[in-house]
Design a protein around this ligand. Structure first.
Ligand code: ACM
Ligand code: ZN
Length: 573
């Protein structure tokens, strides 16, 4: 028996010789880190086929020679809650399956199922008699995202309490059909039973089309890949110091004057573009097919230079400022004493609330100057407002600004979200905060617990996927980002060591950020996101008792092989 990582990185092998006719048990990653195409495997002639299909040994054969092998216990990211494989029963042969049966409310899922069968399996469409993939709603499942997946001699049955659950059952089925990751379609799948549901409610990735624009169609492609890992939210950072990227009908100046700039730090190319509201409506419809909601983000009171560039009246200084061409933190802030700020935000939020049906709108709130909120200290209007309200400190002005904007959002039926900073002394009811700063996660958690607020876990140490995955893996000059290794992302504990009452009352979900100061192409976006987003998906979905990093490494590999073959730049180092 050759165990996990037994010979990992022992690069000296030139030949491995076996006399056994029955291949010894060998972990699939026993020879990890070795280029096996350069190692000769010598086995008895009559045993060659057996070795070609045996775990561990099959890696010695060229991949197009290999069969697609579905070994469910060594597949699936995120790992499901319960998985039983009936190894002593005969596998289902895909050639005996002839199609998909689903009730009319599952039309979208039926289309997904047909795509999966067509792309991933050797099923036989068009025959009259055969087995079916059956999709059904099952109201006895209590979680909206829960599903069961059964494979037996009668076919495949996926049930969910909602279409979303059925969809996740299909994403699991697709990973089972990807099998060991070879190009060949799946021919068989063992009888099995899966019961699954997520640990956390919102699992999102955040992208930043501001610093570097993301073409509209690439956003759609990204959603397709996220959904494979059961992410259910795409958080769009639409506004910042370097550009305004969303059409606002009331203020056409924003995209006319602030969506086209030359350069970003040491990257000199022209970066232009914005999304029309029509495109965003299309994106929302598209994402809904993948059960992904789109959460829009604007910023206040900092990271708002693009808006101030168009409307200097928004800031304390009332002076025109250029669009920012570097990363970092600006001291130009919205002025909480300026009535136009509230009118402007109200109009912008009204339009956003109409375009994006998600229950959440993100308000930013991070990095409002250096020192934080310092820009307000010498502003005559801010001073007067402080005097009038009896405030002594700038954080009270921030609270005032947020209180008013949050009220506007609540009236629009939306739940406000913001990046937590320690300058926030209280968190308003019915708001969500994000823990993001390295080293400040516990402070953010304590604030959320104290204020009975929901929290999204996005600590920089684990969840900043815009940081390089390894040292030197980001050629552009950047601001000295730390490294977030694949393992470090995997090791995120969304509960942060807190008890079950925190998980039940406060924990909303997990987020991975892809800030784009140094992500200058869609290829780079994928390369930064994967495989770490897969690791994060498991942190957000799977209960701790079912998680193990070494086991995960085995399960994620075929999925990354599959993405590479489909032309997606993933980081396999
Ligand atoms: C952030 O990274 N500024 C939230
Ligand atoms: Zn001011």
């Amino acid at each position: 028996r050759i165990g996990a990582f037994a010979f990992a990185n022992c690069r000296g092998f030139r030949e491995v010789r076996l006399s056994a006719v029955v291949p010894p048990i060998c972990a699939d990653n026993a020879f990890d880190g070795i280029d096996l195409s350069r190692v000769k495997l010598v086995v008895p002639a009559q045993a060659k086929k057996a070795y070609r299909n045996a775990s561990g040994w099959r890696n010695f054969f060229s991949r197009h020679e290999m069969e697609n092998v579905c070994d469910p216990e060594n597949l699936l990211v995120p790992r499901p809650l319960k998985l039983e494989v009936y190894k002593n029963s005969l596998p289902l042969k895909w050639k005996d399956v002839i199609g998909v049966e689903a009730s009319p409310e599952l039309n979208n899922e039926k289309m997904q199922a047909e795509r999966i069968l067509g792309e991933r399996t050797a099923y036989r469409k068009g025959r009259k008699i055969g087995l079916m993939v059956r999709l059904a709603l099952d109201k006895s499942l209590t979680n909206d995202e829960a599903y069961t997946l059964q494979v037996n001699d009668k076919g495949v049955t996926i049930k969910g309490s909602t279409a979303m659950g059925v969809f996740y059952g299909l994403m699991t089925l697709e990973q089972l059909c990807i099998g060991n990751g070879v190009a060949a379609p799946s021919t068989t799948i063992p009888p099995l039973y899966i019961v699954d549901q997520p640990r956390t409610e919102v699992r999102e990735l955040m992208v930043d089309p501001v610093r570097h624009f993301i073409p509209f169609n690439d956003l759609k492609r990204f959603i397709v890949e996220m959904a494979r890992f059961k992410f259910n939210a795409l958080h769009l950072h639409l506004v910042d110091d370097q550009a305004w990227r969303i059409e606002i009908k009331k203020y056409p100046e924003l995209t006319e004057k602030a969506s086209d700039r030359v350069g970003m730090d040491d990257m000199p190319e022209r970066i232009s573009g914005f999304y029309t509201q029509e495109q965003m409506r299309e994106l929302v419809r598209f994402a809904a097919q993948y059960h992904v909601m789109v959460i829009p983000e604007i910023e206040l009171p900092g990271h708002e230079v693009a808006a101030i560039h168009c409307f200097p009246q928004l800031s304390c200084a009332k002076k025109e400022v250029p669009i920012r061409l570097t990363c970092g933190v600006s001291n130009d802030l919205l002025c909480p004493a300026e009535p136009f700020v509230y009118e402007f935000l109200d109009n912008v939020l009204k339009e956003l609330a109409e375009v994006f049906p998600a229950p959440y709108v993100h308000l930013g709130g991070d990095e409002a100057g250096q020192p934080p909120l310092g820009a307000w200290t010498n502003c005559p209007a801010c001073k007067e407002l402080k005097w009038k309200e009896g405030f002594t400190e700038n954080w009270q002005l921030q609270q005032y600004l947020f209180d008013r904007v949050i009220k506007q959002l609540h009236q629009l039926g939306k739940m406000p979200m913001y990046w937590y900073e320690k300058e926030f002394k209280t968190i308003q009811p019915e708001c969500v905060v994000y823990a993001w700063r390295n080293g400040l996660t516990q402070v953010a958690i304590d604030a959320a617990v104290r204020n009975k607020a929901k929290i999204m876990m996005c600590p920089g140490e684990h969840c900043y996927l815009d940081y390089p995955q390894g040292r030197g893996d980001m050629p552009e000059v950047n601001w000295g980002m730390p490294v977030t290794s694949h393992e470090q992302t995997y090791r995120l504990d969304p509960a942060w060591g807190m008890d079950s009452s925190f998980v039940q009352r406060n924990l909303l979900g997990v987020s991975g950020t892809l800030w784009s100061e140094c992500i200058n192409s869609s290829e780079r976006l994928y390369y930064q996101a994967f495989p770490r987003a897969a690791a994060l998906s498991e942190a957000g979905w799977t209960i701790p008792e079912r998680r193990s990093y070494t086991d995960y490494l085995l399960r994620v590999r075929p999925l990354m092989d599959d993405m590479l073959r489909r032309g997606i730049a993933v980081n396999v180092n």
